[in-house]
Design a protein around this ligand. Structure first.
Ligand code: NDP
Ligand code: MG
Length: 389
């Protein structure tokens, strides 16, 4: 039996992971499941999968979780330290699917105990790429990408020499507002930004897809994970979301990964790696699809991509600044405090302010410095938004 833990089990990726694991009950021994506020779902899955422990991120919800697990034999715990302890419990395979920078410390704990870490939490690589890779290396742990584009690139590189790679192209659907007039973006509502044309995902990444902050994070994630230069990575708008990424080799060949927009493919690939097994995803009928479309992303529509390029050029802790400011701006957009297009303005202001205090971004990268930088970026994002109000 393979021992597995799922961090962020109650979310979109977590639930898709559970869907796959629950199909083979004899094969998996579930160690830990973690969630946030969705106590009922967490307890239901922990009971059903006979987990050793269920953890909520919120200490004030511990009593609710205990009550929901009463008589089940599943232990209950709560709070950020308990998340790290759950991730540190010996397991063979750990899904990192907490949303946001909160996923970094538990993911590192999973790597430190030598587990294979299936990484959906892109923020870990954006905030602390070098630290994550070094932790994996130092503990002999494997890191497998789950973000669909990165899983696609990973698959395109099997049996290939990374030195033969000329470029990596990740696709973007263009999000909810791809075809909106630019002038309408400033007044886009939360409901409008929360619907994705092709993928069914958590609310935060769906809004990030509309603004292309998601693709911006993925540019940085690509650079960190595959160790290529920023100049080698391209973004192409592909409205059908059927090609997830392409790898371009020095002989001019482009290898494309094509599949339906269903995260169970990338999750299942990471779960079964290095084997390929049957997965319950739709099979594409290419004759019926008949055509695929591509266009260059519009810089005016998607300023997040330009900011990501600046972050990749800057290096150091600028990824943690970028992500922390973005998370805070997204919180404010969701709360109705700032407009859709203001998110990028706020993030750029925070990056500029850090640049004027360059020492912060040039500190050595440790979990402590990344966490401090993340907090300061959020504080400065709040200050930037207060000035605008
Ligand atoms: P969801 O919002 O659906 O789920 C997030 C999970 O994290 C939930 O279990 C949630 O608990 C938990 N959580 C929320 N806040 C905290 C916190 N502060 N501390 C600990 N746990 C917390 O997100 P997704 O599943 O969509 O995304 C998860 C990650 O995967 C993100 O990094 C995203 O960018 C990435 N990803 C997602 C894809 C997708 O298709 N959804 C595709 C590619 C990458 P609860 O709900 O109980 O409050
Ligand atoms: Mg993706």
């Amino acid at each position: 039996m393979r021992r597995v833990s799922i961090l962020g089990a109650t979310g979109s990726i977590g639930q898709n992971t559970i869907d796959l694991i629950a199909r083979d009950p004899g094969e998996f021994d579930v160690v830990a499941l973690t969630g946030g506020g969705n106590i009922a779902q967490l307890a239901r899955d922990a009971r059903r999968l006979r987990a050793d422990v269920a953890v909520t991120a919120y200490p004030e919800r511990l009593d609710d979780l205990r009550a929901a697990l009463a008589g089940s034999g599943v232990a209950a715990a709560a709070g950020p330290e308990a998340l790290v302890e759950a991730a540190a419990r010996p397991a063979d395979w750990v899904m990192s699917a907490i949303v946001g920078a909160a996923g970094l410390a538990p993911g590192l704990a999973a790597l430190e105990q030598g587990a294979t870490l299936a990484l959906a939490n892109k923020e870990s690589l954006v905030c602390a790429g070098a630290l994550v890779l070094e932790t994996a290396r130092a503990h002999g742990a494997r890191l497998l990408p789950v973000d669909s584009e990165h899983s696609a690139v990973f698959q395109g590189l099997i049996g290939e020499d990374i030195d033969a790679v000329e470029r990596i192209i990740i696709t973007a659907s263009g999000g909810a507002f791809r075809d909106w007039p630019l002038s309408a973006l400033a007044s886009a509502t939360l409901a409008e930004a929360s619907s994705h044309p092709n993928w069914d995902m958590g609310q935060r990444i769906t809004i990030d897809s509309a603004s292309m902050f998601n693709k911006a994070l993925e540019l940085i994630e690509t650079k960190e994970y595959f160790g290529v230069s920023a100049e080698q990575i391209e973004v192409i708008v592909h409205p059908e979301s059927l090609i997830h990424a392409l790898v371009g080799f020095r002989d001019g060949a482009l290898m494309a990964h094509v599949g339906p927009p269903d995260m169970r493919h990338a999750i299942g690939f990471a779960l079964n790696w290095p084997e390929r097994r049957h997965l319950p995803v739709a099979r594409l009928d290419l004759a019926q699809i008949s055509q695929l479309n591509f266009s260059a992303p519009d810089d005016a529509r998607y300023p997040a991509l330009r900011l990501a390029r600046a972050v990749m050029a800057r290096g150091g802790l600028s990824g943690a600044v970028f992500n922390g400011a973005k998370e805070r701006a997204l919180d404010a957009f969701i709360a109705g405090r700032i407009g859709f297009t203001e998110m990028a303005v706020v993030v750029e202001e925070v990056l500029t302010r850090f640049e004027a205090n360059a020492g912060y971004m040039d500190a050595a990268m440790t979990l402590e410095t990344v966490t401090q930088t993340d907090h300061l970026a959020r504080t400065w994002a709040d200050a930037a938004m207060a000035e605008r109000a």
